[in-house]
Design a protein around this ligand. Sequence first.
Ligand code: HEM
Length: 147
Amino acid sequence: MNIYGWIKAFHIIAVIAWMAGMLYLPRLLVYHCAAEKGSVQSETFKVMEHRLLRAIINPAMIATWVFGLWLAWLGPDSNLGWFASGWLQAKLAFVVILSALHGLFARWVKDFAADRNRNSQKFYRIINEIPTVLMIVIVILVVLKPF
Ligand code: HEM
């Protein structure tokens, strides 16, 4: 059985779910900014953000890390797996930034839940672009393995 192929398939499935959430959540925060505190819309956004984070983004991030590190450990070098490769080291640096951004999203969702958002709509519009840029860089690194 091609164990490596199976792990990679589950890694990619987890990546898709994580990225779907990471691309959609800041969009929700942009719209949430425009909703009046205490309004029906605002309360609906709170539920949507909470569920997206808890049911999709958090478990998908954990699964991405578990399957990704497993693949890295199974890589071509018998001792270091893929860890000796420059592309993986660079990829890991960008994934750590993506994971830190995930942590910030969770904090902002908490702030909104308590009606204590401190950021502007423009702020979330700019933040919204960061996961896209990180995803492009990460995919190019892993597929092309330029170094
Ligand atoms: C969480 C830490 C991560 C680790 C340790 C990791 C590690 C790996 C490794 C070792 C492979 C196998 C490469 C190969 O067999 O050629 C792989 C495949 C892949 N990873 Fe990740 N990865 C992580 C996160 C991500 C993220 C966040 C993305 C996208 C945004 C991503 C996208 C992919 C894709 C598309 C492949 C398949 C590449 C191919 O088969 O050509 N990974 N990953």
